[in-house]
Design a protein around this ligand. Sequence first.
Ligand code: ADP
Ligand code: MG
Length: 599
Amino acid sequence: MLKVLPSHISNLIAAGEVVQRPSSVVKELIENSIDAGAENITVVISDSGRTLIQVIDDGCGMSDDDARLCFSRHATSKISKAEDLNSILTYGFRGEALPSIAAVAEVTLKTRKRGEEIGTEVVFSESGMISQEPSSCPEGTNISVRNIFYNVPARRKFLKSDASEFRQIVSEFCRVALCHYEVSMRLVHNKKDIYILKGARNVKQRILEISGKELIKELVDLKTDTSMVSISGFIGKPEDARKNAAHQYFFVNGRFFKSPYLHKAVQKAYEKLVPEGYSPSYFIFLEINPENIDINIHPSKTEVKFEDEPMIFQILNASVRESLGMNSLGPSIDFDMEGAPEIPVPHKQGVYTPPPKIDFDPLFNPFDSVPISGARATKGADKPDNTIPKYQAEPEVEGYGEVFEEKIAESRNILQVQGKYLLTTVKSGLLLIRISRARERILYEKYLRQLDDCTPLVQESLFPTSLELDPISYSLLDEASDLLPKMGFDVSFLQGNTISVNGVPEGYPTDIPSVKNSIDELVILLSDHGREALNRADGRHEIALSLAKSGSKGPSAQLSHLEAQLLIDSLFGCMEPDRTPEGRVCMSIITTEDLDKKL
Ligand code: ADP
Ligand code: MG
């Protein structure tokens, strides 16, 4: 027998589409405020939106009746006839957001219509309207959404870490802020101001407010007009490309959208200009005839269907290449590179160059390093298998156990080969060590020991480097400020999303580009694993591994004889000296027989 679902159940089902996480609510509410013509919008968040999401605007407000009606499904003031669907200029038009939000949270709406004497306050929950009373609120609308998913434990459980949920909220906030640079917008999280954006004169000013002056210096203009699409905006210089470029935005007709396909069009233009895995920041605005796109294909409306997507790909790719070329940042302004021979990367300003080589001490404090001990070494030799899962094992290193026994002659000769290898003699032949891998193993064990014991790492002091971060990274680090010393970082938090890095883990390079990179990687680490990671063995492994990898990547400088000797000693002081934590071989013995075979 067929049954029509009671409305609170159908609302709950629809809510699953519209409200996936706290940031979806933020998005819908801010968009409603924009649609209502607000000039000032304040977003107040507590606990990454878990306990409170509040959006206050000075838009047109609602009448008493509308304040009740807006919670009914498909109640919208924005379209009334089918043709309207082809020329939508507002964000909303489905009339689904508010009923969906009220289905999964406790909602209080205070609103006063422009020109009315008095406003109204409505309380809604899963089961419908709870109360409505007159309210002496200011003109505009003030919605509070509390305890999201209180009635959908499964959803609640699947929320990511606070940091990650908050990051999503900031992204939604920024997306709207970038399209509506003229609107003053403020974001407050746990009573702290994250953004106070004054109404800006143009997009560039807004970008400056959002991402700081460091990024704005790195942007160049993008502008192309064709009959099919107009492209404008800003793209980052290649040298500013990052592993986790936080600012990558596409907008079409004033609406943010996601497109891995068009991202590729941009990325491809940078192909030979940035190291692998790096991508640039970009703020790209497309204007296109609304009839040639469909924004209606997904309830959360971040996907857009273009009529001729491959064409847009070509135009965008050419536009980015042209802009890079005009700013002498790219290899060429040749518009048709398909099948063209590889263009050599010219060494001019703007082309990626590795960080400057500087001297740094790649080794441990000699008084701190674990002495070679027979017992330890044998232990390592007994179990050459790495206990950490998931690595591609390389062939066994033969005979390294014996190396421990003979303890390399005191006055050994150590040869350095191309800053990459150390070569020394042992009883059975020659011992070859790959320096960066050896460092990785040594640092890994050191960090892991210290994370396990929770003893703060000894830090290398350096001239404090001040860095301006994006607010997400800043708040992520700030939240983890108690953990940072355990991980070897000495960071102080200054005003305006700026930090001062006073110390990095021992073994880390200390030139400014490297410090920037280390902080970037620390942010990725914290956002990927969350602060709970330190309490779990596998989390500590990941952290130690990531720290060791960053630390061992330092520029290759000629080691002094003492440094080379210390490196070898420290390596043999390790539990598992033969491999990196991920299983790559650190050392190899070329036996006398091998040599005999050669000559
Ligand atoms: P949609 O935005 O798709 O119309 P919503 O559920 O988001 O649907 O909102 C329903 C209606 O409530 C809107 O059409 C609008 O008339 C009214 N509304 C919602 N938020 C606001 C606001 N901040 N200011 C004024 N009116 C609002
Ligand atoms: Mg809406």
